[in-house]
Design a binder for this molecule. Structure first.
Ligand SMILES: [Fe+2]
Length: 286
């Protein structure tokens, strides 16, 4: 795939497979051309760390909405005065799991899951708390032709079972009581999807994927486990190191990600919103 040129900012790729850092652009003051170039960079690199931004919830909301409408969020109660901005706080004295530490895709069980997740670092540990990403495009491209052919028409069933419980243990998340109804959700998405802009194929995997349509769990699980393990090969990953003022944007459905739980005794505060794109659609075998 041809690498686009970017004239509105400096861009440094993070790894050979995915991810890039962006320097020298204040998104609060960005014109439409800058926003379009950030979107182009996101479509190409799938993970962006846009450094040295300065947002409060209001400016974060305004910039996010320039990239597209809000997806809705059936789990987390938003900040007062907003429908689309959530604050995740991990206090220094908190122990146990951090939010999102198991490899996952955000809200994969929605009919139209977030195309993009945006996180802004308000308070970031001196060290630790990185986010790990696995590229589901690079993983798909790394499969053999025979394996790609085998999986090309499978339809995954992504369930909401356990989502409420996993989130409700984090008191600071202020989980909506209506989220208990997510237990019943089972949403179908093709296992092989196409990026809506670039046409690049990717696996659509998540921690909520438990079986394929027309197959039993026993038949499905070996394939799911293989693909989930395969997608974590180190050459398909990148690790984003945060700093105060870092804005991260990622192509949610093209990735798995994990919040690394290695900063006990330090406080971490981020703002999150999500951006709707087109629903995941299947891609025919290349
Ligand atoms: Fe997440």
């Amino acid at each position: 795939m041809k690498i686009p040129e970017f004239t509105s900012f400096e861009l440094l790729p993070l790894t050979g497979s995915l991810g890039a850092e962006i320097f020298g652009s204040d998104l609060n003051a960005a014109n439409d051309e800058v926003i379009a170039q950030v979107q182009l960079a996101l479509d190409h690199y799938h993970v962006l760390a846009i450094r040295d931004q300065s947002f409060d919830p209001c400016s974060f909301h305004k910039v996010a909405r320039r990239f597209g409408p809000f997806t809705g969020n059936p789990i987390h109660t938003p900040l007062d005065g907003f429908d689309d901005v959530v604050r995740f706080t991990r206090e220094a004295e908190d122990r146990g799991k951090v939010v999102g530490e198991d490899l996952h895709m955000d809200m994969a069980w929605m009919e139209n899951p977030p195309a993009v997740t945006m996180l802004y670092g308000e308070e970031i540990p001196q060290v630790g708390g990185d986010t790990l990403f696995s590229s589901l495009s690079a993983a798909y491209e790394g499969l053999s032709d025979a394996m790609r052919e085998l999986i090309q028409d499978l339809i995954g069933v992504h369930e909401g079972k356990g989502v409420y419980a996993v989130n409700a243990v984090h008191k600071t998340l202020n989980v909506k009581s209506s989220a208990q109804s997510l237990e019943e959700i089972a949403t179908h998405h093709p296992l092989v999807c196409c990026h809506p802009t670039t046409g690049r194929r990717h696996l659509f995997l998540s921690s909520a994927l438990h079986r394929f349509v027309g197959m039993t769990e026993a038949e499905s699980l070996p394939i799911i486990r293989f693909l989930q393990t395969y997608a974590q090969r180190v050459e398909y990953t990148c690790r984003l190191r945060w700093a105060p003022g870092t804005l991260s944007m990622w192509s949610n459905t093209c990735l798995l990600h994990s919040a690394i739980n290695d900063y006990p005794g330090q406080r971490r505060v981020v703002l999150r919103t999500t951006i709707a794109g087109s629903p995941p659609t299947g891609g025919s075998y290349l």
